[in-house]
Design a protein around this ligand. Structure first.
Ligand code: BGC
Length: 365
């Protein structure tokens, strides 16, 4: 079967042939992979800046944003059935007894760092025609979401952020005004974050560099959010010009931009970091102002990495709401669908919003 892998030793990204998986046992499930989304993490792996092959392997099969169909189930499988559409989760728990989060199936909070991530860290990913996975790592997707369900994994970034925001903002128990929320960045994570905030009834803004008359700005507005262009309002003046925000959801992955946006965070506000910046040169920041504001305005800075099963379930609910409210806009987030043979090239260059690889293997006998 075909797969796409990175070879860090020789710095190659290429299509490979792999043996088909053996028959499933116990609670294992055989999945026919239908679609795999490509994100910034895949491009970093493709640039050999991130990602680790499984121990003893010279390559890593990439792909962690997957949609698949159940084609065979082991004798102990009870949670999924043949023909189900599923999204597999990415992170697998570490083996240590002392890691209470992993033991509680919250490997997104792993304290040892010895977790594995399919397609990213020490475990092959889903950009291959067939995959065996344990049923406990699968989330069943309603058929009616099939054309956008590949967005579930990137949406879990926002879903987990929403879960966390709800938990920490319980520190503000009085009745509040309608929450003003800002998504910083209009890439897939920012746009899906904005959609999530809109369906959660926040007064939602998206700030990005594209002009206010760009297609991206139109897309933001079609999702029910307000677009603010960096061409019209410099980031350092955003709070002054457009008012401060109760929640800022960072989706640019550039620390300099993220910290500049702190100026627009209001009193008792929550700033959520989701990006993973590449290591660059140190940036000077005014730590006195930062600390004064954080203390005097009771602000919270929160980092979040996706995601537990609960975030996948929440993401699917939000996707369903999104498809009810603005189906065309949501569909238009997927700007490219390409066959697997074009995937290696896709990983080294970026265009559009979300690029998806479609796998079209025949049914396995
Ligand atoms: C993935 C997460 C992963 C993170 C760090 C993201 O792109 O969506 O599942 O934890 O990268 O490796």
């Amino acid at each position: 079967m075909r797969a796409v892998a990175v070879f860090p030793g020789t710095r190659e990204v290429r299509l490979i042939e792999r043996p088909e998986p053996p028959p499933v046992k116990g609670s294992q499930v055989l999945l026919k992979v239908l679609e795999v989304g490509i994100c910034g993490t895949d491009r970093e792996i493709g640039a050999f800046e991130y990602g680790t092959p499984p121990p003893g392997s010279d390559h890593l099969v990439i792909g962690h944003e997957a949609l698949a169909e159940v084609t065979e189930t082991g004798p102990d499988v009870t949670l999924v059935r043949k023909g189900d559409l599923v999204v597999p989760t990415v992170r697998r728990p570490c083996p240590h007894a002392r890691c209470h989060p992993c033991r509680a199936e919250r490997q997104d909070f792993c304290i040892t760092g010895d977790f594995r991530e399919r397609g990213i860290k020490e475990a092959h990913g889903f950009l291959q025609e067939w995959v065996v996975e344990d049923e406990e790592h699968l989330v069943v997707v309603p058929r009616k979401l099939s054309d956008v369900a590949v967005l579930t994994e990137p949406l879990t970034v926002a879903a987990k952020a929403a879960e966390q925001a709800q938990a920490v903002q319980q520190r503000l128990p009085w009745e509040r005004q309608r929450v003003r929320a800002l998504a910083l960045g209009a890439g897939p994570v920012g746009l899906l974050g904005a959609m999530s905030m809109v369906v959660n009834h926040f007064d939602t803004f998206v700030y990005s560099l594209e002009s206010a008359t760009s297609e991206r700005a139109d897309l933001v507005r079609s999702l029910g959010a307000t677009y603010v262009s960096g061409k019209d309002v410099p980031l350092g003046e955003l709070g002054q010009k457009r008012g401060t925000f109760d929640i800022i959801y960072e989706a640019v992955g550039v620390s300099k931009v993220a910290f500049a946006a702190l100026e627009a965070l209001g009193p008792n506000g929550l700033f959520i970091f989701t990006g993973i910046p590449a290591h660059g040169r140190p940036n000077p920041i005014d730590t006195d102002t930062l600390m004064r504001n954080i203390v005097l305005r009771n602000q919270l800075l929160l980092g979040t990495v996706n995601a537990s099963r609960s975030a996948y379930a929440l993401a699917l609910r939000e996707l369903e709401q999104g498809m009810f409210l603005f189906p065309q806009s949501l569909r238009s987030l997927i700007t490219h669908r390409t066959p697997i043979q074009e995937a290696p090239a896709l990983i080294t260059r970026h265009s559009g919003i979300k690029q998806v690889v479609q796998l079209t293997s025949g049914r396995r006998d």
